[in-house]
Design a protein around this ligand. Structure first.
Ligand code: AQP
Length: 330
């Protein structure tokens, strides 16, 4: 089976609809067809300022949500990044093979460093740690949203560079980006992506949110001028975003939705979509709570996942050490 790896940051109290439609949906599907490794990337979460107790809690909530979405520890390896020591070890090696200018071209770094007052070296090397995450597992594919495409290009470049310099060591991974849902836009500002850090409360829908709040947000989503319900992301980004969300969650093709709402108004579309989203999120929130009720079991699942991940990561790191000219790690 081909191997996949992907990660998600525990930087909020809940994942949002963009995370789910852009990435996590593929995670659940790919555990059936791939040898899948998924991690909660808490090392990445400290690249911006954080609170330790909150991070500890959020990592657990993140893992519980992933299980609630359908990840099955029997079918995939689910772990928390900081429990597997090889990640920062390989990251250091890769940092020493990354050009300063090359890392400086990453648009996510440019965006985040412009927004944060305190810009750390860790924020700068963020995508190199991401490369270590992926290369340690020899992943063939990486299911991510469109916003991660540039980072994935860097990962490929680093793998190729290392292989050319020292001999074949790493699998060169391909991004797996679902075209239709590559980016889910902010509900209040449809020109921007829905984002944990940049979206205001009216622009983002959390999977753990109360149904009443979800309905309210969908109903007040910014739509475009005109009345027609047609998919046209360029000229009608608001309505198109709603159609994308509707189509994927309800498994109805967009053309069919266009036909269904012909002659009707934005209000009709929003009213129905509000129900679809609220009905989708409610059982996820319920299941997340029940995973969190048994923390001992959750800890056990994560420890078992970390042990499985460590066995694979240690093998790759030993190989990289050999190639580089280091003595073997303990
Ligand atoms: N709006 C989005 N549409 C589609 N996919 C998205 N992803 C994030 N936002 C969207 C995908 O979710 C996965 C998890 O990425 P992450 O942990 O790096 O989350 P993120 O990038 O931190 O999410 P945000 O909301 O964008 O947070 P900030 O603003 O803090 O960076 C990734 O596969 C990502 O592509």
């Amino acid at each position: 089976r081909p191997r996949v790896l992907s990660g998600i940051q525990p930087t909020a109290d809940s994942f949002h609809l963009g995370n789910y439609l852009g990435a996590l949906r593929s995670w659940v599907e790919m555990q059936e067809t791939h040898d899948a490794f998924y991690c909660v990337v808490d090392l990445h979460a400290i690249t911006i300022s954080h609170d330790p107790a909150q991070l500890r809690r959020r990592s657990l909530v993140a893992a519980a949500q992933l299980l609630a979405l359908g990840l099955d520890p029997q079918r995939c390896t689910l772990f928390v990044q900081s429990q597997v020591p090889e990640h920062p070890m390989l990251s250091w090696i890769l940092e020493c093979h990354t050009g300063f200018g090359e890392a400086g071209r990453m648009t996510q770094f440019k965006d985040k460093s412009a927004k944060n007052e305190r810009v750390t070296v860790g924020l700068f090397t963020y995508p190199v740690l991401q490369a270590a995450d992926i290369l340690l597992y020899q992943a063939d594919a990486v299911p991510v949203g469109e916003d991660q495409r540039q980072h994935l290009e860097l990962v490929r470049d680093l793998a190729q560079r290392f292989n050319t310099t020292y001999g074949r060591t790493f699998t060169v991974p391909s991004p797996y980006i679902v075209k239709e849902t590559g980016t889910i836009q902010d509900l209040a500002e449809p020109a921007r992506k829905m984002s944990k850090s940049a979206s205001g409360p009216s622009g983002i829908i959390d999977l753990l949110e109360e149904p009443a709040r979800i309905r309210k947000k969908i109903k007040s989503a910014v739509t475009d001028t005109g009345r027609e319900i047609v998919y046209d992301p360029e000229n009608k980004p608001g309505v198109s975003n709603l159609l994308t969300i509707f189509s994927t969650l309800a498994a109805v093709p967009i053309v069919e939705l266009q036909n269904r709402y012909e002659g009707k108004g934005y209000g009709d579309l929003k009213k129905d979509l509000a129900e679809v989203v609220a009905d989708f999120c409610a059982p996820i929130a319920e299941r997340t709570r029940s995973y969190l009720d048994d923390q001992a079991e959750l800890d056990k699942i994560l420890l078992a996942g970390a042990e499985k991940a460590h066995a694979v990561a240690a093998r790759t790191l030993a190989h990289a050490y050999e190639r580089i000219g280091f003595r073997q790690p303990l």
